[in-house]
Design a protein around this ligand. Structure first.
Ligand code: SF4
Length: 358
């Protein structure tokens, strides 16, 4: 027996059970559901988790734990909802795969599979649209529609692995939306994705990227997840430049951002990932680089420099290779570890800040 991906089950009976939105449930919560609703425990909960997250959930009824318990499976089959959304379109170029997922209410989100040296990384969305209004960002142009549920976030990983067949080992919360504006759903997704009995993605292989929502950084600091990686989108080394590009800076200026990072409990040898989109004539001068070095000091930072990907409505250009090199060199001379990223995926609008042209 199979569970359909549209969330309906093939067989119904008169028992009224609570629905089990399995992609949104950490394992301990599923154990609890199994105990309360079915009088079962971790043995069956772990089997369900394994069948869904490791095998794609297409043949749970034939798993040894359920094959001999037709009544249990019959009840579960009616209760389980497997709703990863419908992948409507995939666009591939230079090894990148952007896919568009249609959610149950008709809204759509984008996710990007990025091939890395050893594993694939999945860039997941946490919201439909975004409130933050960063000037260089296509998602901001959509406005804010709503936050995603945990199962809609995890569903992107589920589809990338089980529907599209990609071996995903890294997750970056850098797609549509500001993860800290959807803190609880994102952190529950982290728990689901991290479970060794299920998705088994290590915390050190997950990166949460914020535009600088200081209360989110402070909340994450309290969660005792030292291995999760924190990325911060900087893009301006002084308040005037940054506020012009990123309205969030008016709420939490650079001094407040730095204070929250100073207090953040990085693990030994841990670093912050800073992202800096270089925009010609806006934030790419040598003075900007020197001011950025002053802001960074003495934080342990790995800085990703990304040339601006033109988006509609923000009429600016990428810097030349020479300007980018000069900017990077100024920072390297100050002892900062810089990686120049020649943003992949521009032609399929899957580059940094380009998601949202659905
Ligand atoms: S860059 Fe990120 S935080 Fe800023 S508007 Fe775009 S999606 Fe939102």
């Amino acid at each position: 027996m199979h569970i359909n991906y549209n969330g309906t089950c093939q067989f119904m009976n008169s028992l009224k059970e609570e629905k089990i939105d399995i992609l949104g449930l950490p394992l301990d919560k599923l154990v609890n559901v199994m105990q309360v609703q079915y009088g079962k425990g971790p043995f069956h909960a772990e089997a369900l988790y394994r069948e869904v997250f490791k095998k794609g959930g297409t043949d749970i009824g034939h798993a040894p734990e359920f094959k001999g318990s037709p009544r249990l499976w019959s009840a579960l089959e009616k209760a389980i909802r497997l709703l990863p959304g419908r992948v409507e379109k995939t666009i591939e170029e230079e090894g990148l795969v952007k896919f568009i997922t249609r959610l149950s209410d008709g809204l759509a989100i984008e996710s990007v599979i990025i091939p890395m040296t050893r594993h694939n990384t999945l860039c997941v969305s946490s919201q439909v649209g975004c409130k933050m209004g960063c000037k260089f960002c296509q998602t901001a142009r959509m406005g804010f529609k709503r936050s995603l549920t945990t199962s809609e976030i995890v569903g992107q990983v589920f589809n990338a692995r089980h529907l599209l067949g990609h071996d995903i080992k890294n997750i970056v919360f850098m797609g549509m939306g500001e993860p800290f504006d959807n803190f609880d759903a994102v952190m529950t997704a982290v728990r689901v994705l991290n479970s060794q009995k299920g998705c088994d993605i290590a915390l050190r292989h997950m990166t949460i990227s914020t535009c600088g929502v200081v209360p989110g950084i402070e909340r994450l600091a309290l969660m005792n997840l030292p291995n999760i990686r924190l990325a911060v989108s900087i893009n301006g080394p002084d308040d005037a430049t940054r506020s012009a590009l990123m309205p969030v800076n008016r709420h939490w200026p650079l001094a407040a951002l730095k204070k929250s990072l100073d207090a953040y409990p990085l693990p030994p040898r841990g670093v912050f990932l800073f992202e800096y989109i270089l925009i010609k004539g806006v934030n790419d001068s040598r003075e900007h680089a020197q001011a950025l070095a002053r802001f960074i000091h003495p934080l342990p930072v790995r800085l990703n420099l990304i040339p601006y990907n033109p988006v509609t409505g923000f009429d600016h250009q990428s810097p030349s290779d020479e300007q980018m090199h000069d900017f990077a060199q100024t920072l390297t001379d100050k002892g900062i570890f810089v990686i120049k990223r020649w943003s992949k995926g521009r032609s399929v609008s899957a580059g940094c800040g380009q998601l949202g042209k659905i």
